[in-house]
Design a binder for this molecule. Structure first.
Ligand SMILES: C[S@@+](CC[C@H](N)C(=O)[O-])C[C@H]1O[C@@H](n2cnc3c(N)ncnc32)[C@H](O)[C@@H]1O
Length: 200
């Protein structure tokens, strides 16, 4: 299903820049789901285009777990966050190709333009399903110019099998996107926000 091609860190500059803000405004895309004090995860955060927006939305009482395969992406993301005074709200976390490796329960997850690069999407979705708190959502988006509808629907079917089903389809420019929810909804129901453990 996946071509396993991972976006090289230097190529990310072509789509993570000020121009992109005109088509993808992180605040506009995320503010309906992300509130102050939340613990959220940005999977495949790249250079932090959405990580910084998430950090602004969760405030000083919240936390963003920013996950990427590539250390260069995480380093650039941290540098940018430091420049904006947001680094203290972000926990960078290096994943490996088949495991995110985060067990912290989260109130919201973002997987933007990245699942098509993951060798076994089912493994990633299973991990996400296990950490989404009840009622938490995963915003899943793929670049429409790179991921055809058939492949996108195949990935949605994989997500469904792991317990993440479509809540609604989302209109995000140049993207195929959906809000997914954990239909099992049983996991980690015992954690209030304030006592959530920190990222591993
Ligand atoms: C096309 S970039 C998108 C970055 C960011 N989400 C954005 O929209 O600007 C995809 C990112 O996903 C990361 N990635 C690919 N496979 C991954 C995996 N299995 N786990 C974590 N990150 C991964 C890549 O290193 C790259 O930074």
């Amino acid at each position: 299903m996946s071509n396993h091609h991972v976006c090289p860190w230097w190529l990310a500059y072509t789509f993570d820049n000020q121009l992109r803000r005109l088509i993808h405004n992180p605040g506009k895309i995320l503010s309906a789901y992300v509130k102050e004090g939340m613990t959220v995860i940005d999977i495949g955060c790249g250079m932090g285009f959405f990580t910084l927006g998430l950090a602004e939305l969760v405030g000083d009482t919240g936390m963003v777990i920013a996950v990427d395969l590539q250390q260069q992406m995480l380093d650039i993301m941290v540098k940018r966050a430091t420049g904006k005074g947001l680094a203290h709200r972000i926990i960078p976390h290096r994943a490996n190709p088949t495991a995110i490796g985060v067990t912290t329960p989260v109130d919201f997850g973002l997987a933007f333009w990245m699942i098509h690069e993951v060798p076994v999407p089912a493994l990633l979705f299973k991990e996400v399903a296990a950490i989404l708190k009840p009622a938490a959502k995963l915003l899943y988006a793929e670049p429409a110019f790179h991921v055809p509808a058939g492949k996108y629907n195949d990935i949605l079917a994989v997500a469904e099998k792991t317990g993440l089903s479509m809540n609604m389809s989302l209109a995000i420019r140049f993207s195929r996107a959906a809000l997914l929810e954990n239909k099992t909804r049983g996991c980690f129901s015992g954690y209030p926000h304030s006592s959530a453990p920190t990222a591993s």
